[in-house]
Design a protein. Structure first.
Length: 450
C-alpha cells in the first residue's frame, strides 16, 4: 500500500479545494481522512506554552485536560520548523508557536518517515490534542504527552507510555492551514541557552567545529549510529553538541572546516543541550577559522603535545578518561601510600613568533589534600630536567580548591604569557607530594590566544 503522504502528493493538484483520498488496508476497510486546502474549521483554545505547563511528570492524557478549557476539543496552532527530508529528523515533527520570536516549541512523534512530503518548514498547522474525528465522525482517542530525557513529546497513548501516532491516523490530528510563513531563527549565544528554547529554530554565529574533529564527516559513513560533533564559539570558546543521525543523507560528507553561522533546532538530552540541523544548507561555515595559537583538550587520552619529566617518585603525569570532557591530563601522589614526588608536565614548543601578546587559560580539578600545582613558563627550555634546563618563571593562576568532587572544574583566568611573544613558549605544570599527603589533579582545555 502506498503511504498516505506519497499518495497525497501524487494526486493533490494545486487547483483542487478539497479532495478525499481513499486507500485500503489489507482487509480493505480503511479510508484516509479528507485533506482540505481551505482553512480547517477548528478553534485553537490553548497555546504551546500552556500545553507544556500541563506536564505532570508522567503521561499527560489530554482527555483529562480538555475540561479545563471551553468547547469540546483541545487545539493549539503552530508552525513547522523541522524537515525530515534529509533524514536527520526521524518520524518527528517540530512545531513552534510563532514564525518569529517564538516563546515555545513542542515535538510530535509520528510513525511516518516522509513527513516532509506534507509538512514543509513554515507550514502553519492545527494540532487536535482532543477532538479529532475520523471520516465517519467517530471521536479518536486523545493524544498524550510525556517527558523523555528532558524533552516533552506528544504522541499516541499506549498503555503507560506515549508512542508515535499511527501513520494511518496522524492526518486527523494535525491539520494544515492555508498559511505558509517564513521562519526566522532566533539568534542566540551560549549564555542564552535555556529550556524554554527547546524545539525552536535558532541561529548561532561565529561557530566552527573543534580543532580535534577537523577532517571528520558529519557522521559515520560505515554505520547508522548517530554521532556528536562538537562546535566551538569563536566569541567565548564555549562548546555545544551538534547531533547528526547515522541515517542522514549527508552523513558521509566532510564537515566544513571554516567558521560562520548555523541554523538549527535547539534540543536537549538529559542535561546536555544539543543542536540538530535539517540539512547541510543550515550550515554556512565559509569564513576563516578562529583557532587559538595553541589548544589541547587531551582528546582520546593523548599527551602528544606534552613531555613528562619525573624528578623524583614513581607517579608520573598521564591521563584520565573521566575528565572534564571525557579526557584530561592526570596525576596523583598516592600509590599504595603517599610518596614524595616531583613531576613536570611540559608543553612542546609553542610558536608565538607572529604575535605581540598572548594569554594562557586552562581548567583544573583537585581531589584530596596536598600541595597545589605550580605553573611556569620558559622561552629557552632545551629538554631534560627542568630544574637544570631553561629559565622558568612562575605564573599566578586560579586553581580548584573543592577537593570533595571531580565535578568542580575551575577556570584559571587569563594568564599573561606575552614575554614569550615573538619567539617560542613552553608552559609547565609542576606537581609535588610528600610522604604524608598527595593531592590528585586533572588539567584540561589548555588554550593560548593572541
Amino acid at each position: 500500500m502506498m503511504k498516505a503522504t506519497k499518495f497525497l502528493k501524487l494526486l493533490l493538484p494545486a487547483v483542487v479545494v478539497a479532495l478525499t483520498i481513499a486507500a485500503c488496508t489489507e482487509d480493505g476497510d480503511y479510508t484516509f481522512p479528507e485533506i482540505s486546502l481551505s482553512e480547517p474549521e477548528v478553534d485553537p483554545n490553548i497555546d504551546i506554552n500552556l500545553v507544556k505547563q500541563t506536564n505532570n511528570g508522567g503521561v499527560v492524557d489530554f482527555a483529562d485536560v480538555v475540561n479545563n478549557y471551553s468547547g469540546e476539543s483541545l487545539v493549539f496552532e503552530g508552525y513547522v520548523v523541522s524537515n525530515d527530508e534529509a533524514g536527520n529528523f526521524y518520524k518527528t515533527l517540530v512545531i513552534q508557536d510563532q514564525p518569529e520570536n517564538p516563546t515555545a516549541g513542542i515535538q510530535i512523534d509520528i510513525d511516518d518517515a516522509s513527513l516532509y512530503e506534507y509538512y514543509k518548514p513554515g507550514q502553519k498547522v492545527y494540532v487536535l490534542l482532543y477532538g479529532a474525528k475520523d471520516n465517519n465522525d467517530n471521536l479518536l482517542p486523545a493524544l498524550g504527552m510525556e517527558e523523555q530525557y528532558g524533552v516533552l513529546h506528544i504522541g499516541a497513548i499506549e498503555g503507560t507510555e506515549v508512542a508515535r501516532i499511527a501513520a494511518t491516523e496522524y492526518l486527523y490530528y494535525i491539520k494544515r492551514s492555508t498559511e505558509v510563513a517564513d521562519i526566522v531563527p532566533t539568534v542566540i549565544s551560549h549564555s542564552d541557552f535555556d529550556d524554554s528554547m527547546i524545539n525552536t529554530l535558532v541561529q548561532l554565529d561565529y561557530m566552527q567545529i573543534t580543532s580535534d574533529e577537523l577532517g571528520s564527516a558529519y557522521a559515520n559513513a560505515g554505520d547508522t549510529y548517530s554521532v556528536n560533533r562538537m562546535l566551538k564559539s569563536c566569541e567565548d570558546n564555549t562548546e555545544v553538541i551538534l547531533r547528526n543521525s547515522g541515517y542522514s543523507s549527508f552523513k558521509s560528507q566532510l564537515f566544513p572546516e571554516g567558521q560562520g553561522s548555523i541554523v538549527c533546532v535547539f534540543s536537549k538530552y538529559s542535561s546536555d543541550y544539543q543542536l540538530y540541523i535539517r540539512d547541510t544548507e543550515d550550515i554556512d561555515f565559509t569564513d576563516s577559522r578562529c583557532d587559538p595559537l595553541f589548544e589541547d583538550s587531551f582528546a582520546d587520552g593523548a599527551l602528544a603535545n606534552w613531555t613528562t619529566y619525573s624528578v623524583t617518585g614513581s607517579p608520573e603525569w598521564g591521563y584520565s578518561s573521566y575528565g572534564n570532557s571525557s579526557d584530561s591530563a592526570y596525576i596523583s601522589g598516592y600509590s599504595s601510600g603517599y610518596i614524595e614526588n616531583e613531576d613536570w608536565l611540559i608543553s612542546n614548543a609553542i610558536d608565538l613568533s607572529a604575535v605581540s601578546t598572548a594569554t594562557l587559560s586552562f581548567q583544573s580539578a583537585k581531589r584530596y589534600s596536598g600541595n597545589d600545582l605550580e605553573l611556569y613558563m620558559s622561552t629557552d627550555y632545551a629538554g631534560g630536567d627542568p630544574n637544570t634546563s631553561g629559565t622558568w618563571t612562575q605564573l599566578s593562576a586560579t586553581w580548584d580548591t573543592d577537593t570533595s568532587t571531580w565535578y568542580s572544574w575551575t577556570d584559571s583566568g587569563d594568564i599573561d604569557v606575552s614575554p614569550a611573544a615573538g619567539g617560542t613558549l613552553y608552559i609547565a605544570f609542576k606537581y609535588t607530594s610528600t610522604t604524608s599527603e598527595g593531592a590528585a589533579y586533572e588539567i584540561d582545555n589548555v588554550v593560548i590566544e593572541e
